[in-house]
Write a new protein. Sequence first.
Length: 311
Amino acid sequence: MAQTGTAGRPGNGQTALPAVRVGDEQPSGSLVGRVLRSFADQVARRIPRADLDERDPDFIRERLPMLWLAASIWFRGEVRGLGNIPESGPVLLVGNHSGGNVTPDTTVFTLAFNTYFGVERPFFQLAHNLVLSMPGLGQLRKFGTVAASPENARQALRSGAALLVYPGGDYEVHRPSWERNRVDFGGRRGFIRLALDENVPIVPVVAIGGQETALFLTRGEGLARLLRLDRLFRLKVLPLSVALPWGVNVGDMLGHLPLPAKITIETLPAIDLRAEFGEDPDVAEIYDYLVSLMQETLDALAAERRLPVLG
């Protein structure tokens, strides 16, 4: 439903991607450079302002039964441990991310969360700016999807909402298929600082199956640097995959038809960081612990699967 990114300086792990900027270190004055700059300008104008009030409980309530039925049939969605999420108040849900720009783990979890807690409980998901600027995806904002930025994350938590973030962002979601059972946040730790600053618990959310919905070949990091996509769109990758209906799919900008892989999601018990790691916790220690915990859970989920796609 939404692809969440992490932001800031490379490797520092800020929580979310800032708005697109098209002013510094542009490509050269070549035709390709001018086309890319023009496209970036158009995208920047399409990015909606974040507005938590756009989440529409009535809209979700009307569509939830049919969408959950579709997800149950196509992805055989199974979400375990929702009772581990605190019943009220702000909470930071931290997930691993799979499936390219079509992210079935987000869809399945969002539908399950709204079904379990009710549509009136405020629940938001951070997404990459480009996702929210794509035609036809405006309804995501009615489900609570907002552009990923530190400001939006803080605003959501301070409103008392549950907030879903994916620290691995586009780096993790486009990892090669042979790394499908790997939690890979790329060293990004901003979500930990966010939880500490806002004094909210972290709930790890571990998903499997999304990276089986297409054949993911490479992130295309070198090509993204060559085209300066990191400067224009804050994109570190230009992935290459084999997916329906395109066959070879470069960039996954138009999405794809996901294969009906079984999506299983395990929600782990909430973690009070200061209670577990002390009043002045080491962010690196927390990061290593969380990634290790989520990887152990992902390994256990992988051990349950008999075949890719079939689950």
